[in-house]
Design a protein around this ligand. Structure first.
Ligand SMILES: *Cc1c(COP(=O)(O)O)cnc(C)c1O
Length: 355
């Protein structure tokens, strides 16, 4: 049976990216060796790194003066690297969910953390709007897409202090005005590559300003000065990332990714709003295009397990909601076809007819 992959992460990748990665594992570019058994300093791998960085800059239209890094450690290591490198006295954070909380917890080890606003009062179902960012903060940290709660900030904010964003789950889903950010980071396993690589876009002249000593591996300058080759980088996911970036370019770039994201999201939210058996959990104006959360309407609560079983029987994979809100979550990343969303919508309609 055909499977429709709505996993939240690791998640769906373009089929050709998986095939090209598999081929490179068997024999990279016909050199008679696997990607897995050559030096990261070989000319073959250097070409991969260079192309991945160049495509990253091209597709996001990254201005001069920024470095693109590929590191290990996941987005979770960035929760501590960001304050290590940027927090001198005080940092401001927007609390929009689980990942924002984890980022704040790490920052507290380095200085004062001001939570400028939180949507915890309503289980993070909305993005706080009216808040004041202290102008003496070293930076303001946001999570642009809240993978668990299904809310998203799609506007590049004007910010009185350096802006830093966790874009783990919405990078490359829309054009971004990188010039508004000092640092953007994320784990690659949501929209870009298999797990194991973390991307960081960092403004070079913002580095080296804090007074503390930074351990070599946690200092962005180490990686910026060495083209992400200070130590052995995660070569396989970087290769896949390069393939995904080529794919995005061929498909028409981030504008086209955005058009598709809107198309998928409108189809699914449209059905959630129309179908009396279901309701969305996120505030309508803050709904994520990437992670679409919904539950059974209150009067149909007891049908949750039945709908899940029905959807699974039709090939839906990974639609179980995160344990903190229950219900369902359909992650609709770049590589998810419109057909997959249409099939899920068909399931919801069929299920409605049968009940
Ligand atoms: C998945 C996720 C993380 C954690 O990423 P790891 O690479 O597993 O550390 C952090 N932030 C957001 C928004 C995520 O979706």
């Amino acid at each position: 049976m055909k499977k429709f992959n709505f996993n939240a992460g690791p998640s769906v990748l373009p089929r050709e990216v998986i095939e090209q990665t598999a081929q490179a594992v068997l024999d990279l570019n016909g050199i008679g060796l696997s990607l897995l058994e050559i030096s990261h300093r070989s000319k073959e791998f250097q070409a991969v790194m260079d192309e991945a960085v160049a495509l990253f800059k091209e597709l996001l239209d990254i201005p001069e003066g920024y470095s693109v890094l590929f590191l290990g450690g996941g987005a979770s290591t960035q929760f501590c690297m960001v304050p290590y490198n940027f927090l001198e006295k005080k940092a401001a954070y927007l609390n929009t969910g689980t990942w924002a909380n984890k980022a704040m917890k790490e920052a507290k080890n380095f200085g004062e953390v001001v939570e400028v606003a939180s949507s915890k009062d309503k289980i993070y179902s909305y993005i706080p709007k009216d808040y004041v960012i202290p102008t003496d903060a070293d930076y303001f940290h946001i999570t642009t897409n809240n993978t668990i709660y299904g809310t998203e900030i799609r506007k590049d904010l004007d910010c009185p202090v350096p802006l830093i964003a966790d874009m783990s789950s919405d990078i490359f889903s829309r054009p971004v005005d990188v010039s508004k950010y000092t640092c953007i980071y994320g784990g690659a396993q949501k929209n870009l590559a298999p797990s194991g690589v973390t991307f960081v876009i960092v403004k070079n002249d913002a580095l080296g300003k804090v007074s503390r000593t930074i351990p070599t591996m946690l200092d962005y300058r180490t990686h910026a000065d060495n083209g992400s080759m200070f130590n052995t980088p995660p070569v396989l996911p970087i290769y896949s990332a390069m393939c995904t970036l080529r794919w995005i370019k061929e498909q028409g770039g981030v504008k086209e990714m955005q058009r598709r994201a809107v198309e998928r999201a409108e189809l699914l939210y449209g059905e959630i709003d129309r179908n009396p058996l279901f309701r969305g959990t996120a505030a309508v104006e803050d709904r994520s295009y990437m992670n679409i959360d919904f539950v059974m309407a209150d009067e149909y609560k007891e049908l949750e397990a039945d709908f899940m079983a029905y959807a699974v029987s039709k090939g839906m994979v990974g639609i179980k909601g995160h344990r903190s809100i229950g219900g369902f979550r359909a992650s609709c990343y770049n590589a998810l076809s419109l057909e997959a969303v249409q099939e899920l919508v068909n399931c919801m309609r069929e299920f409605e007819k049968n009940h």
